[in-house]
Each structure stands twice: as structure tokens, then as C-alpha cells.
Ligand binder design. Structure first.
Ligand SMILES: [Fe+2]
Length: 123
């Protein structure tokens, strides 16, 4: 059964240094360079979560979105049983800003949206 309270907004760990098991199963894990070059492609790998999330018919990760700050870059939609909540995308930054916040949001059909962020320096 869906936990309705988790569908009120986007969830983040209450204490990132001491996450609960549910938080570990839902927080996206982001792997990408800390520094990228403007206009050069780089890879971002995301998986959900530090404890792998199940992909069963009644409980699965529906999609993974990638943003830089408020700007949408990509969405990957997933199906249960036949996919794993893992994606690798090639992105480029053309920003004049020296730092940029990569935001990854995933949605579990029972436990709502979860967001992880990573600061990236653009040189
Ligand atoms: Fe879940």
C-alpha cells in the first residue's frame, strides 16, 4: 500500500549521514565528474539507491529525471520486472556559471519522489 505522506512533495533524508533503510532504498546515487568542461560531453550514472530498490509489479521505480537547477534535461521511464533503476546518460553543460547543481529525482509508485543533488564545477 502506498504511504500517502511520502507523496506530499519531494522526499530527502532527514539526516544524510545516518539514513534509514527506506531512505537508502530510495535516494538516487549520482556518479559523475566533480568538474566538467563547458561544451564537452560527460557521463552521469544514476542508480536507485544505495540498497537496490525492487522492480516488482506492485512496487517499482517509475521514472528518473535529471535537472540542472530548475532546467529539465532528461527523463527515463521504467517498467517493473524488465528493467533496473539504473541509467547512464551523456550530458553537456554550456553554462557560464562556474558551479551547477545536478538534481536527480526518482519516483517510486509506493513511496513517492526522492531527490539527490550534486554540485558540479564547469570550467
Ligand atoms: Fe519504494
Amino acid at each position: 500500500m502506498a504511504e500517502k505522506g511520502l507523496f506530499c512533495g519531494t522526499n530527502r533524508p532527514k539526516d544524510p549521514a545516518n539514513m534509514t533503510e527506506q531512505e537508502k532504498k530510495h535516494m538516487p546515487v549520482i556518479e559523475c565528474p566533480d568538474t566538467v568542461t563547458a561544451g564537452e560531453p560527460f557521463q552521469v550514472k544514476v542508480h536507485v539507491g544505495a540498497i537496490p530498490h525492487v522492480m516488482e509489479e506492485g512496487h517499482f521505480v517509475q521514472w528518473i529525471d535529471i535537472y540542472f537547477k530548475e532546467n529539465f534535461f532528461a527523463r527515463v521511464e521504467l517498467t517493473p520486472k524488465f528493467t533496473r533503476p539504473e541509467v547512464t546518460l551523456t550530458l553537456e553543460r554550456h553554462s557560464k556559471h562556474k558551479t551547477s547543481t545536478l538534481r536527480v529525482i526518482e519516483r517510486c509508485n509506493l513511496h513517492g519522489q526522492w531527490e539527490a543533488t550534486k554540485e558540479i564545477t564547469v570550467s
